[in-house]
Design a protein around this ligand. Structure first.
Ligand SMILES: [Ca+2]
Ligand SMILES: [Ca+2]
Ligand SMILES: [Ca+2]
Ligand SMILES: [Ca+2]
Length: 463
């Protein structure tokens, strides 16, 4: 549980204090670099983004080049009982400027989508999608802090922001306001096959920071009416959490939902005998779309501790989707359940012939790749993204350290194993949002984008 921006996702009130107090302490060195390691340079495109949180990319404005959409929680202040959650954050789109006939990675124009005056508490991972069907991508913003309800506040929200004037003007549309739940991610997909896109999300109320028994986590659907209108959210299954993905996992033509689990029963995973671990205590799950409005939750992996993310990566040269996952743990904490979780790791999951059975798992990272700074409240790693970073046609990974206060990339070797490298100039660049792996400047090489809550920054690593 680290207080990242994503952070916000996994922190407790007490841990947040510690985390913020610890700040950017020392970070152990990553393993030695390989001879062929590309030399990355860090380019900071915003060094004044208080509470920098999530980063996504997409083609928001006309011209086929990607923009960055970035959320930020705002400025934290400190009261007698610890940090005070900022009441309002921001969401901005960064578009590259055309300077001297070139698009340079250094030159970006920042346009506000969600302003502080809009009063959105903890804008989490934005989703870029055409909500109203006018062919212009819009931005959906899930919001809220998962311990809010426990402290008597109900500031969870879902809103979408209509793209006007080629991403220069954004019209607010509220879907959910003043919710006791927090929302961290959404997918816009026609889940029920009526040819209207629906919103699927996970609602989380983490209750008391000191108890996982009172957590309420449920998969919710906002059924689409068309033209950007939706019904109120309804619960369609128990569990899941955090950052969800939509894929047709079992190939039956119906879209399913894949999710990590962090809050709730999974926190007691070590106390459940391995053979008895079902989907409720699984680190990662998928929700099978039964086609009749019901969803069945299946375990993907049941031995990784609290899950942070699981993402589909489409291979570069065809072949099946690769599922890459991270847990979120801290071996520094000497007492259970924390001490019993597996160490911070990046995993790959591969479904067997029956994806309803737990998937084969392989650990891609090595012991000690993501050293955590600090005790309870800190955890690693964070989110992960895939892409070829070396230009040799093999899939590599970018990994947020989060409570391991740096950013990393994992280089795939010819034998399929991975070697983890810390990106240069990232000591203390902790509690990261992103990564985005994309060729932003069309030079044939992928860049890596991370934000840092610790440094209030948004940076690109380029080579
Ligand atoms: Ca639109
Ligand atoms: Ca629908
Ligand atoms: Ca399916
Ligand atoms: Ca590039």
């Amino acid at each position: 549980m680290s207080p990242t921006p994503y952070a916000g996702l996994r922190s407790t009130a007490s841990t947040l204090i510690i985390a913020l107090a610890v700040g950017a302490a020392g970070v152990a060195s990553a393993p030695a670099a390989m001879a062929e390691q590309p030399a990355y340079n860090r380019i900071t495109i915003d060094n004044n983004l208080p509470g920098a949180a999530f980063v996504v990319s997409g083609n928001v404005a006309l011209l086929p080049r990607p923009e960055l959409v970035v959320s930020a929680f705002g400025l934290f202040t400190f009261g007698p009982t610890g940090p005070i959650i900022p009441p309002a954050g921001t969401v901005n789109v960064y578009r590259r400027k055309f300077v001297g006939g070139f698009f340079q990675l250094e030159d970006w124009e920042k346009i506000e989508i969600v302003k502080e005056s809009d009063g959105i508490t903890f804008p989490n991972r934005p989703a870029i999608a055409d909500v109203d069907g006018d062919w212009m991508p819009d931005v959906i913003v899930p919001g809220g802090y998962f311990f809010d309800n426990y402290t008597g506040q109900q500031r969870g929200s879902l809103s979408w922001w209509e793209n006007r004037r080629n991403a220069r003007q954004w019209i607010r549309h509220d879907l959910v306001t003043n919710s006791p739940f927090s929302y961290h991610s959404v997918v816009l997909v026609d889940i029920d096959g009526d040819h209207r896109k629906d919103i699927i999300t996970v609602a989380e109320d983490a209750g008391s920071p000191s108890s996982s028994a009172d957590d309420i986590v449920e998969l919710q659907m906002l059924k689409g009416k068309g033209r950007g209108k939706f019904h109120a959210p309804v619960k369609i299954a128990d569990g899941g959490g955090g950052l969800i993905e939509a894929r047709d996992v079992n190939g039956d033509g119906r879209m399913d939902i894949v999710s990590p689990q962090f809050f709730g029963p999974v926190q007691a995973q070590p106390f459940v005998p391995a053979a008895a671990r079902d989907a409720s205590v699984a680190s990662y799950v998928w929700f099978e779309n039964n086609g009749d409005g019901s969803f069945t939750r299946h375990a993907i992996g049941t031995n990784q501790g609290p899950g942070f993310t699981i993402v589909p990566v489409d291979p570069l040269n065809g072949g099946p989707t690769r599922w890459i996952a991270t847990n979120h743990t801290n071996p520094n904490v000497p007492f259970p359940p924390f001490a019993l979780y597996p160490a911070p790791a990046v995993y790959e999951f591969t479904p067997g012939p029956d994806p309803r059975q737990p998937w084969a798992v392989q650990q891609l990272s090595s012991a000690g790749d993501f050293p955590v700074t600090g005790g309870i409240g800190q955890a690693a790693p964070g989110a992960v993204a895939g892409g070829d970073l070396t230009g040799n046609g093999r899939l590599d990974l970018a990994v947020a350290g989060d409570g391991s206060r740096a950013v990393y990339w994992m280089e795939q070797q010819s034998d399929g194993t991975f070697i983890t490298h810390q990106l240069p100039d990232s000591d203390g660049y902790g509690q990261n949002g992103g990564p985005v792996v994309q060729d932003l400047n069309w030079n044939g090489k992928n860049e890596i984008v991370f934000s840092s809550f610790d440094q209030n920054a948004l940076s690109i690593w380029a080579r």
